[in-house]
Every structure is written in C-alpha cells, then in structure tokens.
Write a protein that binds this ligand. Structure first.
Ligand code: F0G
Length: 462
C-alpha cells in the first residue's frame, strides 16, 4: 500500500452536507433520552456517524447525472440493461435479478434452495443471512478458519473458510441436507476480513466434487479483491476487475447489497453465472416480493446509479484511498493504545470493548458503554457488536449467554468523511482513555426477543 502522505482523496468535493456537533451537556441529555441506545438518536444530533457503511456512501457527479436518465418504464427500462452489461463486464455473470436491497436477494436465494432442518455452510454468515436461514427452520453453520476468531493473529485472509471442516461436513451428510454454501466477502462479522483466491478456488472445487451450489455474498467484493491484490504476490499486476472475474468464476452466483461496494444508497441483486433455469425460478419469486424482472423493487434511476457505482467501486485509486483511510484510522488508534482487531479490515475498525474497559464486567456491557462514551465525548455514533447484539438469555435458565467477543464497530462510510474526521475519532478515544477508570457501565432494562440491540433500553450504573 502506498504511503497515505503521498496522495490525497482521488476526488474534490462539489456538494456538501452540513453536520454539527452539539455541546457536551446536550449530548448527555440526548443520549439519556434515547435510553442509551444509539439507534434512538436522531441523525441530526450525531456529529460523525459510524453506525454503518451501508447506504451511507457519497455518490459521484457521474452517478447523480445517471439518476437523471432513469427510465421509469415498468418493463424493459434501459438502466436494467446497463446493469446487466456492468455485471457481465465486472464479474462475468449473465443473469441479474434486481432487488430493493441485499436481504431481499437473500430471501429469494433461500426460498429457492433452503428448507427445514438443512445446514447452510459458510465462512461467516451475516445476521440477515442467518435470519433468512433460520426463518426456514434451517441451520446456519459458520466454518471460518480458527485464526479468524483471534483478534491478535495477523493472518492476511481471516475470512477464509476452513476447507477441512467444509469437506468433513460435505462428506458426512447426504446431499439433501446441505443445499448451499455461501462465502461472504469480505467477512463483515469478524472485522471486514478478506477471503483469498486460493480459498475461494478450493471451496469451489469441493462444492463441485460434492455437487452443491456455491454462492458469494458480494456486499464488499471490491474491497476483498483489493486485499487479494495487496496480499497475494501473484495478483499484484492484475486489475481489480480481472481479479473479480476470476474470483466470481469459482461460484455459481451471488447476492449483493449494493449499498456497500456499489456506492449507492439503496439497492441489491441476486445474480447467476450461467444457469438460466435458476434465473427463471428466481424471477418467479422476485415478481411476488420485489417487482418485474427489469426493476425488482428499484426505480430506473436507482438501477443506473448502481450500474455506474459498480464501475467506480472497482477503480483502483478509489479503493486505495478507501482502504487507506480505514487503515489510517486503525493504525492511529493502535498508536494511541486502543486494542483493535488485527489486521485492520476493509470497511471499518473493530475495537475490543472489553480490553479497552477491563474494569467493567461483561454483565455491565463494556462494548455498549464504550459506544455511549464516544457519543458523549464527541458526538460519534457507532455500534456495539458484543453482548447486546449477539448475546441472549437462555430460554430455559434465563441465564445470559455471552458471545466470544465484545466488539465495537467503527464502520466508515465511503467517500463521506475526510481524514480530519478520522483525527477527531482518534482524539475522542485518547480523551476517553485518560478518564476511563471512572466509566461505570450499563444495565439493560428492556429487551425484545429477537435482534434486541435495535430496541433495547439501558440505564447507567450509578
Ligand atoms: N450481507 C452482508 C455481508 C452485509 O454486511 C449486509 C448488511 C447484508 C448482507 C444485508 O444487506 O442491508 O442491503 O439488506 N450489512 C449492513 C451493516 C446492515 O451495517 O453491516 P442489506
């Protein structure tokens, strides 16, 4: 990676969106009124919003001008064909089924392939993917390599699937119990960690050997391809699109939340490499849930922005700056003594909340406490991915079951913030570090049965 001092953002800013930092007293009041849940804050009360990198990208002049040639015909709009051409050129897939966002594409895929009691294998399924598998009373099985779960190991491809375990699972079951393999790129849940080309190729060979479909969750495929270029000597002279075409050639199809690497605010799709019969089946479901085959829940203008975003998201200089900015934030946090997941991932920095606040017991939610302190300190909003998000109460004993990690995710929106914003984040951490012994933790006073972190309420421990 080039030194970040030697280049600047590969764009200049033509349109701006004002953001304001409320004073500390106001922030303290607002977060109390929000029951210490950042999802309850109004966005206008947030200064730097790191809740997600999804749908939060700044679009380019080229994308906005594309929106003006949105063809809103019910059937056969020009923008659909532009999307088709983009996918054929960038990932080499012939059939595309547009959807309103990524989870809608998952819904169609799971409806096609998954039924009760089956096991869906993957490196690490994202929450909504798991949700769709469970809705069908099937089981999501995560087979990421062991290194992927250790925040301190500096492995270049911590999103890789464990191939021995994959083969074991495939070998022991009869074909009807495993309908699908899904490789998520990059792996969001363990820190935006990439999957290597070798791993994808080998997983594909196993899928062929045991005759199972293999799909890619392509939400952050361009960032994944950039890591392959950086970390695998054989690909250093290949373009991102050459790498993408090879990577996708190893799968039968993909789902994509285009709200990430396609640089749009809404949209998604399901795509198939070459199986026309799958495409026709998918369209039947798409028509019920999303819309006709050439718009699938999106306006023509959204399809155009998406097609153009796919090209921009796979530009070398854009990716260098994007990954470079996340790396800039991560390495400055490491220098400031903040414990983070290593190596630094593609779409954000994942802080180890428990190690940062070791005096707060797990039951008093150190990850959530850190997220709240960041808001109080500087108006920064981020998300806890620890006890509150992934823990749960044992239905039999009522006992709290803790997830392996207590992470806080600082997800960086694409092309939206500058390095000055990154500096403010680092300074906020430094200030919290100085007084962290006085932070007391929280207790959860309300929780819903599923996905409790979205609606939970908390109180500060006095
Ligand atoms: N797959 C991955 C890997 C994701 O990260 C997401 C969304 C989805 C699928 C679902 O896509 O939101 O368009 O329906 N991730 C967001 C996040 C919500 O904040 O990480 P969607």
């Amino acid at each position: 990676m080039r030194n970040r001092d030697s280049y600047a953002e590969p764009y200049r800013i033509k349109v701006i969106e004002p953001i304001r930092q409320k004073d500390r007293k106001t922030r303290e009041l607002l977060i109390e009124q929000a029951h210490y849940n950042v999802f309850n804050l109004r966005a206008e009360d947030v200064y730097i919003d790191l809740l997600t990198d999804s749908g939060t990208s700044a679009m380019s002049a080229n994308q906005w001008s594309g929106m003006m040639i949105g063809d809103e015909s019910y059937a056969g709009c020009a923008n659909f064909y532009n999307l088709q051409d983009a996918l054929l050129e960038i990932i080499g897939y012939r059939y595309v089924v547009p959807t309103h966002q990524g989870r809608a594409a998952e819904n169609i895929l799971m409806t096609m392939f998954v039924s009760e009691s089956q096991d869906v294998l993957g490196n690490m399924h994202f929450d909504t993917t798991e949700g769709h598998i469970k809705l069908r009373k099937a089981n999501p099985v995560n087979l990421v390599i062991d290194e992927g779960m250790d925040p301190d190991i500096d492995h270049p491809f911590k999103g890789n699937i464990n191939l021995e375990r994959l083969e074991e699972e495939l070998k022991k079951s009869d074909p009807s119990t495993i309908p699908l393999i899904i490789i998520t790129t990059t792996s969001n849940t363990n820190g935006g960690q990439p999957v290597s080309m070798n791993n994808m190729r080998s997983a594909s060979e196993l899928a062929k050997k045991y005759n199972r479909p293999i799909f890619i969750d392509a939400a952050r495929f361009a960032e994944n391809c950039y890591f392959i270029k950086q970390r695998d000597e054989r690909y250093k002279n290949k373009s991102i699109r050459e790498i993408a075409r090879e990577f996708f050639s190893y799968a039968d199809g993909c789902t994509m939340s285009s709200k990430k690497d396609a640089l749009v605010n809404i949209g998604g799709f399901l795509a198939f490499k070459d199986k026309e019969e799958w495409y026709e089946r998918a369209v039947q479901i798409q028509i019920c849930y999303e819309g006709f085959r050439t718009y699938g829940g999106l306006a023509g203008r959204d399809l155009e922005a998406l097609a153009r975003g796919l090209y921009e998201g796979t530009e070398e200089d854009y990716l260098e700056d994007r990954i470079g900015q996340v790396h800039y934030l991560g390495s400055n946090l490491i220098e400031a003594g903040v414990p983070i997941m290593k190596p630094i991932g593609g779409h954000g920095v994942f802080v180890d909340g428990q190690r940062f606040l070791p005096h707060i017991e797990r039951a008093n939610l150190p990850g959530q406490s850190l997220a709240i302190e960041l808001y109080k300190e500087a108006g920064i909003r981020c998300i806890e991915l620890g006890t509150c998000a992934f823990g749960y109460k044992d239905p039999k004993t009522g006992e709290e079951i803790y997830p392996p990690q207590e992470l806080v995710r600082l997800a960086i929106p694409r092309r939206a913030y500058t390095d000055r914003h990154m500096d403010v984040i680092v300074n906020a951490f430094k200030a919290i570090n100085e007084r962290k012994e006085n932070i007391k933790g929280l207790k959860m006073v309300y929780q819903a049965e599923i996905m409790r972190h979205f609606t939970a309420r908390f109180e500060m421990i006095k």
